[in-house]
Design a protein. Structure first.
Length: 324
């Protein structure tokens, strides 16, 4: 069997940085180009609150939002915020409260936790702030408990994961053993992607021999995937619920000497994984258009501010990414 070419530079750099603990300090990830706290007369300020800007997906989301604001600078000012890692839920709650204190007109939020952020978003609504949920859906049951409705603008994560899982299944045989590297268990998008992978595995009669959370992180996914490969050397594929974890799984496969023997799929469509897809190291990923996802939310929030929109969920596109 021919050994696949090495991971290209961007993927390798991200993996090495994560495994070495680079950038793992306690400081919050900062977004460039954030608007000043002093409002511009006559223009609403919209706050974009994301998850970890150390994750390329959210960095690209921020860039897309900033480009959109520059094109529509006469309509609104933009404040961009993110947290230092995917699990820093308390800091994200604090960011919502800070934006309430700054009296922004709208908050567009990709919540780190589908339940824990609901109360903060309710406080924002009670302060008269428009709230739009993107990327990771807030929990319907908790929203109902708190008596609020927040529109969700984002992809069907279950359908996107099944898209990648079905493609993987076409490369395997019925009965082949696979494992799933899950995201944060309290995140709705992680739950939906897990279900999508399970749907694909069931439809193709693949055997899921292990399924564990790596909390969206490269280094944690490396540890989880390494343990899976050691405990289940028969594994034929690793189904990863985001691209950061796919990179961690890729490092584990290479370290185990299993390159070309274990297929990997991811979800997000970040550039490092696209490179790995092109060189054959990773089989596929799902593009949920990070550069446009925040823009969809911003456009919707502006429409609500202008009273041109009625709050309702909107599904955004996802596309399968395979080798060119």
């Amino acid at each position: 069997m021919t050994t696949p070419p090495p991971i290209r530079s961007l993927a390798a750099t991200l993996i090495l940085a994560a495994l070495a603990g680079c950038g793992g300090g306690s400081e919050e990830a900062a977004a460039p180009g954030a608007a000043p706290s002093t409002p511009t007369p006559g223009k609403p300020r919209v706050a974009l609150i994301m998850k970890s800007l150390a994750n390329e997906f959210f960095a690209v989301m921020a860039q897309g939002a900033e480009a959109f604001q520059k094109e529509h600078a006469d309509r609104f000012d933009l404040i961009v915020n993110g947290i230092k890692d995917e699990r820093d839920i308390n800091r994200q709650v604090s960011l919502v409260d800070e934006m309430i204190g700054q009296k922004v007109a709208a908050i567009v939020i990709a919540p780190a936790d589908s339940k824990a952020l609901v109360s903060a978003c309710r406080r924002a609504q009670e302060a008269g702030i428009v709230v739009v949920n993107i990327d990771n859906k807030l929990d319907d049951a908790v929203l109902a408990e708190q008596g609020i409705t927040i529109p969700f603008v984002g992809p069907d994560n279950r359908a996107g994961a099944k898209l990648a899982g079905d493609y993987l299944a076409g490369k395997l045989q019925p009965g082949d053993p696979v494992a799933i590297v899950e995201g944060l268990k309290t995140a709705f998008n992680g739950q939906q992607r897990l279900l999508g992978f399970q749907d694909a595995a069931q439809a193709a009669n693949l055997k899921i021999v292990d399924s564990q959370s790596a909390q969206w992180e490269i280094a944690q996914a490396n540890r989880v995937a390494s343990a899976m490969l050691s405990e289940h050397p028969e594994i034929k594929a690793l189904m990863c619920c985001n691209d950061s974890m796919a990179l961690g799984a890729l490092a584990a496969v290479k370290a185990a000497g299993r390159s070309g023997q274990v297929q990997i799929i991811g979800y997000d469509g970040i550039s490092a994984v696209r490179e790995a897809v092109d060189d054959g190291s990773i089989l596929a990923t799902v593009d949920q258009h990070a550069d446009q996802l925040a823009v969809f939310g911003l456009e919707y929030a502006l429409g609500l501010i202008d009273k041109n929109e009625t709050p309702a969920d909107r599904v955004t596109p996802v596309d399968l990414v395979t080798k060119k």
